[in-house]
Design a protein around this ligand. Structure first.
Ligand code: TXA
Ligand code: MG
Length: 382
């Protein structure tokens, strides 16, 4: 399937490779608050979905930009609104297990085990797709990614709609995923039909993705459900190399989204690895050497007070990776708002939810790492 480079933007960035949409008309985006399931708003959203429109909504991971996943033209609208390359497939969101059967060709015992253990929740599974799922939704692939969110508002919306909803993260392509409705408004107001404001999301990084189409389950994207959690449920799993390595444009990783530069803040970013003291003194030296630059520091609670200058954003405690994950994307967006020229980030463990944090940070930094003496020589990260 040819990759259509359409983008709902009159002036897409030159580097994006998108053609401008000359026929673009801004639409009025309806914004509704829905902190608890609410029938009237859910029915309004369901009507929009059934008519082929787009509604952004909260999930437990990040906000999603939803459209009818069985309607090829709704999927095309999602790509255009986000300026997302159409070879990057969308995740189908369902409310009930019974919806899965029509979407996939077979359900293995491993899939059953993972669904029983982690659904509803932040785990996306890849299956061979049925005829029902259009190639426009799967970016031309014969497989489909499916997830059943646990967020009460997301669940209620999906149940009310009664159709599988294709939903990527509700950000413009290349920006950090949205963790508040305000982030969605920044990126998509005037480009989609409706935004449902369900407050701050709980987890803050996107779902864990596991491919079940091979003999051994393969982790494609780390998330809140960790390698350790998955292995406790189904035994040994493989890790896709694209989790660690930078993927060049001519390579086809299993999750096509891994080849695009995601989560990128506008400023250059580098991750500094080493003992705490060495990291703090390296960053302080950079701040002192470049008084003309606005330097952002992505810091932990342990070190935040030790920086002498710079715009310091604290994302949480080194021993609480769930807290760091929750604050990460908001901090990257905040650096954009503050107009910093350069960001230095502390480095984190890759254990537990730390793997998701480091995977997103590495992508944000374009894999730029400064390794100081004493850095834990974690050769995974290239
Ligand atoms: O937490 C989440 O998963 C959020 C919320 C809204 O549910 N959604 C999300 O979607 O993060 P998105 O589109 O931003 O990321 C989906 C990722 C992409 O990297 C894509 O390449 C991969 O899933 N993916 C989707 N379908 C796939 C498939 N059939 N095979 C391999 N990778 C797939
Ligand atoms: Mg995304």
């Amino acid at each position: 399937m040819p990759v259509k480079q359409i983008c709902k933007d009159r002036n897409p960035p030159e580097s994006s490779g998108f053609r401008p949409d000359e026929g673009l008309r801004e639409m009025k985006t309806i914004i509704r608050k829905m902190m608890q399931p609410d029938r009237k708003t859910a029915e309004e959203a369901a009507r929009i979905w059934r008519a082929g429109g787009l509604v952004a909504f909260p999930t437990e991971t990040v906000y999603g930009l939803g459209g009818n996943g069985l309607d090829a033209s709704a999927s095309e609208k999602i790509y255009a609104a986000k300026c997302r390359p159409s070879d990057n497939p969308l995740i189908l969101h369902i409310a009930e297990r019974s919806q899965l059967d029509g979407l996939v060709r077979k359900i293995t015992p491993q899939a059953e085990k993972l669904m029983k253990t982690f659904w509803p929740g932040p785990l996306t599974l890849i299956f061979e797709k049925s005829e029902q799922v259009p190639l426009e939704t799967t970016g031309g692939l014969q497989t489909a990614a499916i997830r059943m969110p646990s967020h009460p508002v997301a669940h209620y919306l999906l149940q009310t709609a009664g159709i599988p909803i294709a939903a990527p993260s509700a950000n413009r392509s290349g920006r950090p995923s949205p963790t508040t409705a305000h982030h969605v408004i920044e990126d998509l107001d005037g480009r989609i039909d409706m935004i449902i404001d369900g407050g701050d999301v709980g987890i803050g990084v996107e779902s864990t993705i596991v491919d079940l189409t091979g003999d051994i389950p393969c982790l494609l994207r780390p998330g809140y459900i960790t390698v350790e959690d998955l292995e406790a449920a189904v035994g040994k799993i493989d890790l896709d190399p694209a989790i660690y390595h930078q993927v060049s444009a001519n390579v086809h990783p299993k999750a096509p989204g891994m080849k695009y530069r995601h989560y990128a803040p506008k400023a250059d970013m580098a991750i500094v690895q080493g003992y705490d003291e060495a990291v703090v003194s390296y960053i302080n030296r950079q701040i002192a050497l470049h008084p003309d630059q606005k330097i952002g520091v992505l810091a932990t609670t342990e070190n935040a007070s030790k920086y002498q200058g710079g715009l310091v954003l604290c994302v949480g405690d080194q021993r609480n990776m769930a807290e760091v994950a929750h604050n990460l994307f908001g901090a990257l967006r905040r650096f954009d708002d503050l107009g910093v020229d350069q960001i230095y980030s502390e480095s984190f463990t890759t254990k537990g939810e730390g793997l998701a944090v480091m995977n997103r940070l590495m992508k944000a930094a374009g894999h730029t790492v400064i390794r100081l003496e004493g850095a834990d020589n974690d050769s995974h990260w290239m």
